[in-house]
Design a protein around this ligand. Structure first.
Ligand code: SF4
Length: 760
């Protein structure tokens, strides 16, 4: 019997990536607790982390590359055979049809971002810029607004919920969705403090709404009415921060003009919230000593997605709650996961069918089926899917199934046999997130920011490879990289004892300058050279050295304040070493609030408040009516609950409750349809229908229903378990600007299953 040992790692189930202290036995996670040494999460975890064994040792794990056969079955093949054939087919597609025939999908997952440095190289090797991932169905509207306000889509905002006197949660339920530091503890602190106020805007009486001082239970899809009415009240009553606006912002007058025309009482009626409560919230938010806004998918996946993002940012900008403790702020990132792709740049690559531009470097999943299926020479013919399951998690499953069947080559890199893997030509088994060096790019804090590089807890399962090795081998097989860089290897070896790498970095610069095609492949080059000299088989972490050097250069004083030693030449290498050795994570930087103004990317240093596209949409709101439909219910798809997570857990045994992912329905609606808890019902949208199990629940409004995300997967060749949400969603049901789907506003019909037509 193997002995137990303890170690540290992080949870990979949500963007908080809480530090974990784990007890291990053989290849199993036996006990999981919060890691008190983690510099940011300090021992906090929620119930979801305790069952990570269901991820690590699930039955759907892959242990050999698989090649699709003509009869549709899969045959195990060697890594060499798989990668050689894939390389040849990719080159043939690139050479015959050009790089635009290739798209990369995914490349991340919740805690799987280190591999992203390697997988993105394939796009460069294929001469393609078509990168699609889930941020393109969640956050790109927000990134677009940031680009216009702050000058770059890399300017990402955060909120100091822990120190705000007034916290406004809009379309988010941190009690279940987390997303803020140590969410449940933080919420309880605010609730208990009589001097602090918590307001929740949500059509459902969520767990967070139950803790709030005021809950505005608005009608689904009316967030833009509620938010613009709040802003109008603030401006009309002169509650905006004139001094802040004069010192830091441009364009307030145009915004003010648009807001002054808003019929506040009418908008409150449309949102179905009491006018006096709306006025109180607006006034108290504006007059609080410090206030911040926290938002999430509730307003980012509903009608007027991008406008909603603009309006919530105006709330804290117009009231001067920006760049201060307890307000909203910009923050730094060590891993550069966001690009800056302003669509006004005529050189930006647009897609062949929709003519769609990327936002922050990301194209929206909602358009991809059309880009594959359209009838032109310039269609997408090959895809690589990494750490993503688009056939379940991206809108319009039926369209995705059809599109994947039309591809000339599809390759999936994953730890498990996902629904997308089942449709692929090749499936490549990755080592699990606890069998390799890994990290998350979600270090989104300000003024104190941290980073947690996770070391392997277990040896890689036989037959699997980590992503750095998969992509580097593939690039070598494609002839994009030579098999070795002996000179760089030698210099790295010589310098490794000192932990400083000036000669190596100089030689790397010369190498990259000597061949332009190698520049975007630098991650694999440092992996194959510097990586071999790093201790503990940490080769995959090698790209963090140049990133740490750039970060230390840019944020020198803040890195020193976080306790790292060194001068302008040595601080970056020392930070890299601290990251490598900090098994519970490290603090990266400690900024001062005044530093934030240097993060603004507009050359004039101001925040540009007036965004013409948004002001035009704001002016049109009054003339709009909510879309009519013969579907009487609004489905909010993708609710976060106690036992749903991203698709990392495939084994349904991990759930302690809610095995069916029940549809929540108000008692009045249930009675009208003669439904009760546990009944089967058919839910039908304009795009498809599924069967659901009903849970009668008065936390939802009448006329709306909810379904959780994280279901609809097969396990051990079973039928899909729980709701396949994206059989109800449509590719074209999305924000016209960002193309992010309206998952929180899906019109549906519901009927008792025994009176349904039996249509599938
Ligand atoms: S699910 Fe999120 S909040 Fe819960 S333990 Fe994991 S990382 Fe932390």
């Amino acid at each position: 019997m193997s002995s137990t040992r303890t170690d540290t790692t992080a949870c990979i189930l949500c963007s908080r990536n809480c530090g974990l202290s784990v007890e291990l036995e053989g290849s199993h996670l036996k006990k999981i607790r919060g890691d008190k040494s983690h510099p940011l999460t300090q021992g906090y975890i929620c119930q979801k982390a305790a069952r990570l064994e269901h991820y690590q040792n699930q039955d759907d794990r892959l242990t050999s590359p698989l090649q699709r056969q003509p009869d549709g079955s899969f045959k195990p093949v060697s890594w060499d055979e798989a990668l050689e054939d894939i390389a040849g087919r990719l080159l043939a597609i690139r050479n015959h049809h050009g790089g635009d025939a290739f798209a990369f999908l995914g490349g991340g997952g919740q805690g799987n971002h280190l591999g992203g440095a390697y997988s993105r190289q394939l796009l460069a090797a294929m001469n393609s810029r078509f990168s699609y991932n889930s941020l393109g169905q969640e956050k790109t509207g927000d990134f677009w607004v940031n680009g216009r306000l702050f000058g770059s889509q890399r300017c990402h905002t955060t909120e100091d919920v822990e120190h705000a006197d007034f916290v406004l949660f809009i379309g988010t339920n941190p009690f279940q969705a987390h997303g803020i530091p140590n969410a449940r503890d933080t919420l309880k602190h605010i609730q208990k403090d009589p001097n602090r106020t918590m307001v929740v805007v949500d059509p459902r009486r969520s767990e967070t709404a139950r803790l709030a001082d005021i809950h505005l239970q608005l009608r689904p899809g009316t967030d833009s009415y509620l938010l613009s009415a709040m802003l109008a009240i603030i401006v009309r009553e002169g509650l905006h921060d004139r001094d802040f606006l004069a010192r830091r912002c441009l364009g307030f007058e145009e915004v003010e003009q648009a807001l002054l025309t808003i019929p506040v009482a009418d908008y409150a009626r449309r949102a179905d919230v009491p006018l006096d409560q709306l006025e109180k919230v607006a006034r108290d938010f504006a007059s609080a000593k410090t206030a911040c806004v926290r938002i999430d998918l509730g307003i980012q996946q509903t009608l007027h997605t991008t406008l909603n993002g603009y309006l919530e940012k105006l709330l804290y900008l117009l009231t001067g709650n920006f760049g201060v403790r307890g307000g909203n702020n910009l923050h730094t990132m060590l891993l550069p996961i966001l690009g800056d792709t302003d669509e006004r740049n005529p050189k930006l690559k647009r897609t062949a069918h929709h003519g769609m531009f990327p936002i922050a470097g990301i194209y929206p999943p909602n358009i991809l089926p059309d880009e594959i299926l359209h009838n032109g020479e310039d269609r997408v013919r090959a895809v690589f899917v990494d750490s993503a399951n688009p056939l379940v998690t991206w809108a319009d499953t039926a369209a995705y199934e059809k599109a994947f069947a039309a591809l000339e080559l599809s390759v999936v890199v994953d730890v498990a046999m996902t629904e997308t893997a089942r449709a692929a030509h090749y499936v490549l088994p990755a080592s699990s997130q606890f069998e390799k060096w890994e990290a998350t790019g979600f270090n989104l804090e300000f003024p104190v920011n941290g980073f947690h590089l996770r070391h392997p807890l277990f040896p890689a399962r036989a037959g699997t490879l980590p992503e750095p090795e998969i992509y580097t081998r593939l690039l070598e097989k494609m002839g994009e990289l030579p098999p070795a860089f002996p000179k760089l290897e030698r210099i790295a070896r010589l310098e490794s004892g000192r932990g400083l790498y000036p000669a190596y970095l100089a030689a790397l610069g010369v190498t990259l300058a000597s061949n332009r095609r190698w520049r975007p492949l630098a991650a694999s080059i440092v992996y194959r050279t510097l990586g071999k000299s790093l201790p503990d088989k940490a080769a995959a972490t090698a790209p963090l050295l140049p990133l740490a050097m750039v970060y230390a250069q840019k944020h020198y004083a803040a890195v020193k304040r976080a306790g790292h030693r060194g001068n302008r030449l040595t601080l970056g290498a020392n930070l890299f070493r601290a990251i490598l050795n900090g098994r519970s994570g490290v603090l990266l930087s400690e900024h001062q609030f005044s530093d934030l103004w240097s993060f603004i990317a507009h050359e004039d240093g101001f925040i540009h408040l007036a965004i013409p596209e948004m002001l035009a949409e704001l002016r049109q709101l009054e003339a709009e009516t909510l879309p009519g439909s013969d579907h009487p219910f609004i489905l909010m798809a993708g609710e976060r609950r106690s036992y749903n997570a991203n698709q990392i857990y495939r084994d349904p045994a991990w759930r302690k409750v809610d095995p069916h992912g029940a549809m929540r329905m108000h008692p009045n609606d249930a009675e009208a349809l003669a439904l009760t808890t546990g009944d089967q019902a058919r839910c039908r949208s304009a795009w498809g229908s599924i069967e659901v199990v009903i849970e009668v629940d008065d936390s939802v409004r009448t006329g709306m229903v909810t379904l959780p995300h994280g279901y609809g997967m097969r396990f051990r060749d079973s039928a899909p378990i729980g709701p396949e949400l994206n059989r109800l969603t449509g590719s074209d049901h999305c924000d016209p600007l960002s193309r992010t789907p309206f998952h929180k506003y899906v019109p549906v019909q519901i009927e008792k299953a025994d009176s349904a037509t039996g249509e599938q």
